[in-house]
Design a protein around this ligand. Structure first.
Ligand code: ZN
Length: 78
């Protein structure tokens, strides 16, 4: 199994959707515990890192993705 990579500011998808129906959570704090905020209802929860990783399905959007892409200006020309 590949190790999941995530960082502050990433939007992630969990295995079980939030009760509000949204399955997108943004990482708003990283530490011993991880605080994630529901993109749909803005409710935030603090979960232990191990629990977060076991419930994480995938990273939808990475906060750092723009560093490599877009550097050559391909999208800016449109
Ligand atoms: Zn929610």
């Amino acid at each position: 199994m590949e190790k999941k990579q995530y960082q502050l500011g990433d939007v992630v998808q969990m295995k079980k959707p939030h009760p509000c129906g949204t399955n997108e959570m943004e990482i708003i704090r990283m530490g011993m515990d991880i605080r994630i905020k529901c993109v749909g209802c803005k409710h935030s929860v603090l979960v232990p890192r191990a629990k977060f990783e076991s419930k994480l399905k995938k990273v939808l959007r990475s906060a750092a993705v723009s560093e490599e892409a877009g550097a050559d200006g391909t999208e800016a020309g449109q």
